[in-house]
Design a binder for this molecule. Sequence first.
Ligand code: ATP
Ligand code: MG
Length: 207
Amino acid sequence: MTPTKIAAPGRFITFEGIDGAGKSTHLAATVARLRARGLEVVETREPGGTALAERLRGLLLHEAMSLQTELLLMFAARQDHLDHLIRPALARGAWVVCDRFTDSTYAYQGAGRQMGAEVVARLEALVHPDLQPDQTFYFDLPPALAAARRAQARAADRFEAEDLAFFERVRGGYLQRAQADPRRFVIIDAAAPIEVVATAVATGLLP
Ligand SMILES: Nc1ncnc2c1ncn2[C@@H]1O[C@H](COP(=O)(O)OP(=O)(O)OP(=O)(O)O)[C@@H](O)[C@H]1O
Ligand SMILES: [Mg+2]
């Protein structure tokens, strides 16, 4: 009897950290490294990644709204992203490399906006009860250093305009997530020079 052929499931890798920590800088290199292994790699981001979710991103980054609306829109964008991009890619065996995912919502809305982890967990249970990243790189950086890097890079969006106290809470939220799941998280010292960070990411990447 011919064994049923099951498509190898892909891997889901996420990059996390406060604005200016270096996620985008190292995500591109990671995607290139995986493609050099001959893998199909889908590079994407949150909020966003699909046409609808990118439109929601525009609202989230630039329109004033209540905290509850912000939280629900984040998960609305994520639902669309999962349905139309992430899950189909993983199902056909691709690797998905995503700039931010639900850990960002715990860190920004849960901790930064002080909505608490419980409400985030309830929406997570609704939208993706069955799926977690296989690996998460968390770029840890003191908020003052991140702000200095951002100031050189570009104009601030609605989140980046927040003060240092907000980003201290976000960082605390991330560290709590990372400590609760050390198997999934790779904590990167993002204050190190770019080449040192690049080596740490390359070394930590799933085989
Ligand atoms: N290790 C580093 N040392 C010094 N500068 C860095 C380092 N890593 C990144 N940078 C610079 O800091 C800036 C922010 O980096 P990057 O855009 O990768 O951050 P990010 O985490 O993607 O931020 P955001 O969440 O806002 O997209 C860029 O100008 C980048 O060149
Ligand atoms: Mg970025």
